[in-house]
Design a protein around this ligand. Structure first.
Ligand code: HMG
Ligand code: MG
Length: 306
């Protein structure tokens, strides 16, 4: 499902990429409530959790329960991360109809994150793709550390392109390029996309930017100019990276929606509702929003006595 030129498809990853990195573990019921409210606000592709080892990521335990509590709505895609066939089976059992596999462009990150080399992970994902195809389930592919690794430093665009091409070649319908440590700049984003577009068409490429250095929105602008029309984001900028001290979460969905609104690009999301959802989940987690737009809008509401 690609977006027309004047529209962007947002992939809401707050309930997975966000919550997996928060200190508190929320119950499946609160996570399902968050996801349902995000759908009510207009989001149509949402990561609902991860079928990974609860010993590795305790925050994602209970993802099956989350799936069972989600509403079925036409046009809404609920998806989840799976690292192997065991995860895929759990996803299918929970009624999940789309999954994502996650590779890295850095060997060190691959080892720390999924306990195997990049090549081993691609072998596992190939198996996942075969079984998913038999089950009629679509698979998205992630590449982490596309503009730097928290363990090994610089990552070359050529390495990112090679992993992207491998995932695309095995049948992933979309490749999400993750700036896991938020180190990218617009110049680096352009170089990255150029390298990837040499081996994968631009339409299946998605941008997944973190805002650690405050560059996420600038990087999204660069990616939009390069033709990317799918972006991952996280309500209230939930998350961070457990391996990257001080890293903030994904770019806040509120900030991306505000940007798109200003650029006249369609997105289908109600910004006021999004800000309310951010306040709801921040209260559950005992945190304050990482979204500049939400902060500004909440201050304006307060000033207006709302
Ligand atoms: P391992 O220890 O090497 O696995 O972990 P194993 O195959 O040796 O199995 C060990 C135990 O794990 C066994 O249980 C398996 O059954 C169990 P035991 O016999 O000891 O009781 N196991 C599982 N349990 C539940 N679900 C599964 C599963 N597979 C095996 N699917 C493994 C390897 C991949 C499982 C582990 O490393 C893992 O779960 N890692 C997940 C890490 C993760 O989720 N990281 C965050 C996502 S990536 C990311 O955030 C980046 C991204 O967001 C992009 C960006 O932000 O830039 C995508
Ligand atoms: Mg992320």
């Amino acid at each position: 499902m690609s977006a027309p030129d004047d529209s962007v498809r947002l992939v809401e990853v707050g309930a997975r990429d966000g919550l997996q990195n928060e200190r508190l573990t929320l119950s499946p019921s609160i996570r399902a409530q968050l996801l349902t409210r995000l759908v009510d606000a207009g989001l149509r592709t949402l990561e609902a959790g991860a079928f990974v080892s609860p010993r590795w990521v305790p925050q994602m335990a209970g993802t099956s329960e989350v799936f069972k509590a989600l509403p079925h709505r036409p046009g809404v895609t609920w998806t989840a991360l799976v690292p192997n066939v065991q995860g895929l089976q759990a996803a299918l059992d929970a009624g999940c109809r789309e999954v994502a596999v996650f590779a890295a462009a850095s060997e060190a990150f691959s080892q720390k994150n999924i306990n195997c080399s990049i090549a081993q992970s691609l072998g596992r994902f190939q198996e996942v793709l075969v079984h998913a195809r038999e089950a009629g389930v679509r698979v998205r592919g992630y590449v982490s550390c596309v503009m730097g690794c928290p363990f090994s430093g610089a990552v070359s665009p050529r390495d990112v392109a090679a992993v992207s091409a491998a995932l695309y070649g095995m049948g992933c319908y979309e490749i999400s390029l993750g700036d896991t440590i938020g180190a990218g700049t617009p110049t680096a984003t352009r170089a990255l996309l150029q390298a990837c577009a040499d081996v994968v068409p631009i339409s299946p490429l998605a941008g997944h930017f973190h805002d650690t250095y405050g560059m996420a929105i600038a990087n999204i602008c660069a990616a939009l100019e390069a033709g990317v029309r799918v972006f991952d984001s996280s309500v209230s900028g939930l998350g961070g990276c457990p391996y990257s001290p001080g890293a903030t979460g994904n770019v806040a969905t509120e900030d991306v929606v505000y940007l798109l609104e200003g650029m006249g690009i369609q997105h289908g999301v109600n910004l006021e509702a999004l800000v309310d959802i951010g306040s709801f989940i921040d209260a559950e987690l005992g945190r304050t929003t990482a979204s500049s737009v939400a902060r500004a809008m909440l201050a304006k509401r307060r000033a207006a006595g709302g």
